[in-house]
Design a protein around this ligand. Structure first.
Ligand SMILES: Cc1ncc(COP(=O)(O)O)c(C=O)c1O
Length: 417
């Protein structure tokens, strides 16, 4: 893959960062700074730290050296202006949206969303007086009619979970640029490794670190990445007036110093350490997971019990070429497929021996679930339809096991479906 803006390949940046080593007394990994608070040399230094005039941590709800090491590594890997790490992927999206939306604001969003995000937009923000206008991500031209004077942002998933719908990001970013709106993107299924800054042209990117990054899914966490494209300090209407002196960094300054400070969902330093160490092997794992997904998709499409396979890596997926161009020639490691009905899905799941019945994705283990009876169980039928979930759908997330073992289990469970 191509070198990033620092002139290094992302595989190297994820291991070393861009700064020279030796900052931690020669240790190759940063220490885990398990301290809630930090002492200052004088009252003046304390005042300067609180004012942000001096770079010194004051309290771990706002800033912590280990969390900061993770934030810096992610910014370097993504070629981004800045990153804030928080307690979960949902925290990242919630704080990311609450930083630019107020009562009366509107947001244009794809309805093809992870269940938690749909509930956040439709219910939680709805109860705060914020309106979501759902637009088909495959039809950016139709979304233009939904943009009005109160619209503050556009929100999309890079590869929609679990519908596997892929937007054309060039078209969406043109639309956003034309209306002076930031494009907010949940790129969890891509991870920083498959995230391509130039192809996706997003202004804010969210990752759930609960998937992929730490490796064996040991922790929950989330990231908000400001890619540096959007001139926050030059724009009105986002509630950033108190943070303009941070320049382009006004968005993350408000997010950290107001939203995160007041709501409080910071990332634990221990979890930051686990994500930081996991990042070093992310490219190796993801390459294997993407290959395993391609192999699984081939088996699924040949099996007589399988009705449809939703995976952008299949040449007849409507967004195959688009995905190839946008995701560094890869297609991710998650796919969905449909069987005859719910009964067949349950027979499939109950016959799995290696594949885990687990509500997660991006683990080193291969995992499957029935979205309609789990993540989307509380959704009304029409809402399930809107997010692209059907009663006969299984979501499969491929791990790093040997492909033969995964495919054997898949074949056997399908035979039993
Ligand atoms: C696409 C996507 N975004 C966000 C999230 C939320 O992340 P977390 O579980 O870390 O809150 C998930 C969780 O499954 C997800 O699949």
């Amino acid at each position: 893959m191509a070198a990033n803006r620092q002139g290094r390949h992302i595989e190297t940046t994820l291991v070393h960062g861009v700064a020279a080593a030796g900052g931690y007394g020669g240790a190759t990994l940063p220490p885990v700074t398990l301290s809630a608070a930090f002492e200052h040399a004088s009252a003046e230094a304390m005042e300067a730290a609180f004012a942000g005039d001096e770079e010194a941590p004051v309290y771990s709800r706002l800033q912590n050296p280990t969390v900061e090491a993770l934030e810096r590594r992610i910014s370097e890997a993504c070629g981004a202006a800045g990153t804030v790490a928080v307690a979960s992927g949902m925290t990242a999206i919630s704080l990311g949206l609450l930083t630019v939306l107020q009562a009366g604001s509107e947001i244009v969003a794809s309805p093809y969303l992870f269940g938690g995000t749909y509930t956040l937009l439709d219910r939680v923000l709805g109860e705060l007086g914020i309106t979501v206008r759902f637009a088909d991500p495959r039809e950016p031209a139709q979304a233009e009619a939904l943009i009005g004077a109160r619209t503050r942002a556009v929100f999309l998933e890079a590869i929609a979970n679990p519908a596997m719908v892929v937007p054309d990001f060039r078209a969406w970013s043109r639309l956003c640029d034309a209306h002076g709106l930031p494009l907010l993107l949940d790129a969890t299924l891509l991870t920083p490794y498959l995230y391509d800054r130039e192809a996706l042209r997003a202004d804010v990117v969210f990752f759930s670190t609960s998937k992929f990054l730490a490796g064996p899914a040991s922790t929950i966490g989330g990231l908000i990445v400001d890619t540096g494209r959007f001139p926050w300090h030059e724009r009105e209407g986002f509630g950033l007036d108190d943070f303009r002196r941070a320049g382009q960094g006004a968005y993350l300054a408000k997010l950290r110093k107001r939203q995160m400070a007041a709501v409080g969902p910071c990332l634990s330093p221990m979890n930051a350490f686990l994500v930081l160490t996991g990042l070093e092997t992310l490219p190796l794992r993801l390459e294997r997971q993407c290959e395993n997904a391609r192999a699984a998709a081939s088996v699924l499409r040949e099996h007589p019990r399988v009705e449809t396979v939703l995976f952008p890596g299949l040449p007849d997926h409507p967004a195959h070429a688009l995905s190839q161009a946008q995701f560094k020639g890869r297609f991710g490691s998650v796919l969905s497929f449909t069987l005859a009905d719910k009964g067949a899905c349950f027979r499939f799941l109950n016959a799995c021996r290696l594949i885990g019945r687990v509500t997660n994705l991006g683990d080193t283990r291969t995992l499957a679930l029935h979205p309609a009876s789990t993540i989307y169980a509380t959704f009304w039928k029409h809402e399930q339809e809107q997010v692209g979930v059907t009663e006969n759908m299984i979501r499969l997330s491929l791990g790093i096991e040997h492909p033969t073992d995964i495919l054997d289990d898949l074949q056997r469970a399908l035979d039993a479906a």
